[in-house]
Design a protein. Structure first.
Length: 356
């Protein structure tokens, strides 16, 4: 988690550790033989158009991703008949060995047998595998156990190590302060005609009353928290200031937010946070599970966007579409890293709120 603890003796920020996920050379070699290359296909699709197109293929698709270099949707298939269906539908087929059902079965096995702190896993449609990561806190005994579990999954899974530590991180767009932590505001939302904001669940669990400045006047009160399992919370504004539906870009401008959506693997995205400002990257996985020390969170968006302590709760977005809330990750914005995000649509549905 990317949040900052605040000393009660003086206004000092203490950063939480971050997770650094790095794909190893062995993983790259394994992935190189995971599937046949995608054949040339329709190009010129935006990420939004590709997302709408992906939903049309149903059981034909064994996973899909957005090829931003060629602006096309690549759909994994198991046979030439399915490939013909994908071509006819305006996407690019790619023959793979593992069905999506088989990969989901592998994640179910991991959930049942490998719930080990310091690990994470996600289905990677580009690799046609479940990529399992173990951080530096996983000792030899637990690593041996994990190796056995992953090995038993055969070609459906691969294990990688990371030198970082899997941890949470509080922050986001504009800074929001509590007595014990600083986070970032995610998105302004509306519920029953009243103004609220979303931030990370681990932020809302740590802080009940929010201010826009350190030791400042109260602006909001945490009302609903879901963490662990999920990582979102919602706070109700108690002040009368304007609460525009936008993200601070830290260059004197803001990005209006008009809707919430679900990204594709390969889609370019942007993150804003009160510690590291704005950074861009790509979505590298969906429905990821992360075993934080504080608890397991599932259904996360995995990205190669960096983040640091104080960025928790902040917004992940693509143009005017809200995508996620910063949960946790690895590395930093100097050497690089990877970050996980709580999907916004799931939070809005559960909370009965809407972007606004």
């Amino acid at each position: 988690m990317y949040y900052r603890q605040i000393s009660t003796r003086r206004a000092r920020l203490a950063g939480a550790c971050a997770l650094a996920l790095a794909t190893t050379a062995a993983l790259a070699a394994s992935n190189a033989h995971a599937a046949a290359p995608a054949a040339p296909g329709p190009q010129g699709l935006s990420a939004a158009s590709a997302g709408s197109l992906a939903a049309r293929f149903g059981d034909t698709s064994q996973g899909s991703f957005y090829d931003s270099a060629h602006r096309r949707l690549v759909v994994n298939v198991l046979d030439e008949s399915a490939a013909d269906t994908v071509r006819a539908g305006g996407a690019t087929p790619r023959l793979v060995s593992n069905s999506l059902a088989a990969l989901r079965s592998a994640t179910a096995t991991l959930k049942a047998k490998a719930n080990i702190v310091g690990t994470a896993w996600v289905i990677d449609p580009r690799a046609d595998k479940v990529v399992v990561t173990a951080d530096r806190t996983v000792d030899d005994d637990r690593l041996a156990r994990l190796n056995k579990i992953v090995g038993d999954l055969g070609s459906r899974a691969v294990l990688e190590r990371t030198p970082g530590k899997l941890s949470l991180s509080i922050a986001g767009g504009d800074a929001i302060w509590g007595d014990t932590a600083r986070c970032s505001l995610g998105f302004n939302v509306v519920k029953d005609g009243e103004p609220y904001f979303l931030t990370a669940g681990h932020c809302g669990k740590a802080v009940k009353t929010w201010s826009s400045t350190q030791d400042g006047a109260k602006i909001a009160q945490t009302e609903t928290v879901s963490f662990p399992t999920n990582d979102y919370s919602m706070a109700k504004y108690t002040d009368t200031a304007a609460h525009p539906s936008e993200v601070d870009l830290y260059n004197g401008t803001s990005q209006p937010i008009t809707e919430a959506g679900t990204p594709l693997v390969g889609q370019s995205v942007e993150r804003s946070g009160s510690t590291t400002k704005t950074h861009t990257g790509k979505v590298t996985g969906l429905d990821a599970t992360v075993n934080y020390q504080e608890g397991t969170v599932s259904g996360l968006i995995k990205t190669d966007v960096c983040a640091e302590p104080g960025d928790s709760g902040g917004p992940l977005f693509d143009s005017s579409t809200a995508l996620g809330l910063t949960s946790g990750g690895s590395g930093d914005c100097t050497s690089g890293g990877e970050t996980y995000f709580q999907p916004v649509p799931e939070a809005l549905t559960a909370l009965g709120a809407s972007i606004g």
